[in-house]
Design a protein around this ligand. Sequence first.
Ligand code: ZN
Length: 142
Amino acid sequence: MSKTRTPAIDGWFKDGPNPALIGTQCTSCHSIFFPPERTFCRNPACMNDEFSDKELSRSGKLWSYTTNNYQPPAPFVSPKEEYEPFAVAAVELADEKMIVLGQVPAHIPVEQLEAGMEMELVVDTLFEDDDNEYVVWKWRPV
Ligand SMILES: [Zn+2]
């Protein structure tokens, strides 16, 4: 039986053939937020509390990266019984110029990463249980 593909976080990204992060945009001052802000505009000069969802750039430049050599604390769940280090990328979105962190898919070694390179968004497995494959956005070199 195949597992159900399930977003690890609801409402933060769109899966499918054209995956994208979902941010929100203030309907008054047009500031863009990720993670999606849906309560009050974080612009101190703005008193608005209405937002529209907005798909963010699917690509950007690698700003910084590192390797998680040790297992992060809960709620992190290791995809395998034995913890395997993975790379984490900070990418500056092409249009919004915001920095968004994400894992790098496990099969891409950190040696392939280089600051300034073009990265694109993918949706990939975060971890699995007996019934579900939990997925999250990740960054990979273009
Ligand atoms: Zn605003």
